[in-house]
Design a protein around this ligand. Structure first.
Ligand code: G3P
Length: 478
């Protein structure tokens, strides 16, 4: 079938021997937009084999040359932003403008990573023995960072390009090879991005991209003996992967239920703007989206009115028109969101807007007076539905935040920086934002989640370090 996009192995675009394909449904039209190869386990084996041998040579390639190739790939990626962004619009219904931003941000990330890599990998450590009791200065230790080997990268549908390069670039600069398994929705954007790396001229087998059904190659990839590290972003699947994976480093980011705590002295216009941006951009399909607003009762009425006025101004429709709210990624996702909404309705939440859905398109919805017995108080809708819980003390807000299974980010709005610092210390999340909505970027900031939100820390510097291991050589003097 000539319509099926090929997968990438040994620097060639290939048709799978399975003869099968996987369809990518456009979330807006709900019709098949693209098809990708359903790769087989044998094809995964082949990719792992070539990744292993390519890595040996790549690790010996001078650091400055690795950086040079990454800079080249970054420039090519930015040049091709239009066709890649178009795939994002069709595959994951990302608003057209945001889709372009994702690609540009990705190019910048790759360049920054190359620069950061030459700095941090360009230095090692020199230690002497006589600082430890009982030792003379007879041992010199030289410690440097070496690559791990083959990195398996599994990004999610919401940033198929950006969250792929945030794994690819650190892996490559550190001297690793890379096997990418893109999400099905977003796979074609990812294949186009990989083509930019292909054009930059990386050595044969260093980067591969296999597509297919999770049921066929998912476990096979994550449990493959050839994999030396897994970097995964997504949902619950990550928990399953962490239980099955072997004794290898894992980097995981698995969603969040980011709380936004609003104190009585907060600038309510600033808060309202951030709730809109944080809760509704990309229709709430971000792990760092504001997912529950915890407002002090005394300012709740005023703030809810301000947010309602802004919700009314959000445009709803197709991503091609750059609407604020676009169809959610799949029908099953829309059904799940609807389930949360119906549960809240049945248990007496106040609907600030009427609930409305057409296909995968869900109109933005603010739910006031949500109580802890409602599912939406704890579960992640990954859609344009935002619960408000009214609180009578800051402690109540902190308690709700810390009682969540997730611990990705959180935010606090107050004009009192001392209070903000104390609350930040009390919130058990990987990051706390003071007077702004949660966000992963700028992409060199550390990014991590506690509890079910993840393992390890990301951000450019942390990812480079995570994808290396320390190697020491000790010179023993007579
Ligand atoms: O949802 C994935 C997460 O990495 C979000 O990134 O840039 O939207 O904060 P960002």
């Amino acid at each position: 079938d000539a319509d099926v996009f090929k997968y990438y192995s040994e620097n060639e675009w290939k048709v799978s021997s399975s003869g099968k394909s996987v369809s990518i449904i456009n979330p807006t039209t709900r019709k098949t937009q693209y098809k990708v190869q359903a790769c087989t386990q044998e094809e995964v084996n082949k990719v792992m084999e070539s990744a292993k041998s390519a890595q040996k040579i790549w690790a010996k390639t001078p650091l400055w040359k690795r950086a040079e190739l990454l800079h080249k790939a970054a420039a090519i990626l930015k040049e091709h932003k239009a066709p890649i962004a178009e795939c994002l619009v069709k595959e994951v219904a990302k608003p057209a403008k945001d889709a372009v931003t994702e690609v540009v941000r990705s190019g910048d990330l790759v360049s920054y990573c190359a620069e950061e890599g030459v700095r941090i990998l360009g230095e090692g450590k020199f230690l002497v023995s006589d600082s430890f009791p009982g030792n003379d200065r007879t041992k010199y230790c030289l410690a440097s960072k070496i690559p791990l080997g083959v990195i398996l990268a599994i990004p999610p549908f919401n940033y198929p390009v950006n969250l792929a390069v945030s794994k690819i670039a650190p892996a490559l600069i550190a001297g690793n090879s890379l096997v990418l398994k893109p999400p099905t929705q977003g796979a074609v954007a990812a294949l186009h991005m990989v083509h930019c790396f292909h054009l930059a001229g990386f050595p044969k087998g260093l980067i591969s991209c296999v597509t297919g059904k999770g049921s066929e190659i998912g476990d096979f990839l994550t449990m493959h003996p050839g994999v030396n590290c897994i970097s995964f972003t997504g949902g619950d699947t990550g928990i399953a992967i962490s239980k099955k994976a072997g004794m290898i480093p894992l980097q995981m980011e698995l969603g969040g239920k980011d709380a936004c705590i609003v104190l009585e002295d907060a600038d309510l216009d600033l808060v309202a703007g951030n709730i809109i941006k944080g809760g509704f951009s990309y229709s709430g399909q971000r792990c760092t989206a504001v997912k529950v607003v915890l407002i002090m009762e005394s300012v709740a009425d005023t703030l809810v009115e301000k947010v309602k006025a802004k919700v009314a101004k959000l445009t709803v429709g197709p991503p091609e028109d750059n609407c604020d709210i676009t169809p959610v990624v799949s029908e099953s996702s829309a059904n799940f969101i609807e389930g949360l909404v119906m549960d809240a309705k049945q248990k007496g939440a106040t609907f600030c807007q009427e609930y409305r859905r057409e296909g995968n398109l869900i109109w933005p919805l603010l739910l006031d007076n949500v109580r802890p017995d409602m599912r939406i108080a704890w579960e992640e809708p990954f859609g344009p539905v935002l619960p408000v819980i009214r609180i009578n003390s800051v402690e109540e807000g902190i308690h709700h935040c810390n009682a969540s299974n997730f611990g990705l980010q959180g935010s606090i709005f107050t004009r009192d920086i001392n209070k903000a610092m104390l609350i930040s210390d009390a919130m058990e999340t990987g990051t706390v934002q003071i007077n702004s909505a949660p966000a992963r970027g700028p992409d060199h900031f550390p990014f991590q989640g506690l509890r079910d939100s993840g393992i390890g820390s990301q951000g450019i510097t942390n990812s480079i370090n995570m994808m290396t291991k320390i190697k020491s050589t000790v010179i023993n003097l007579p």
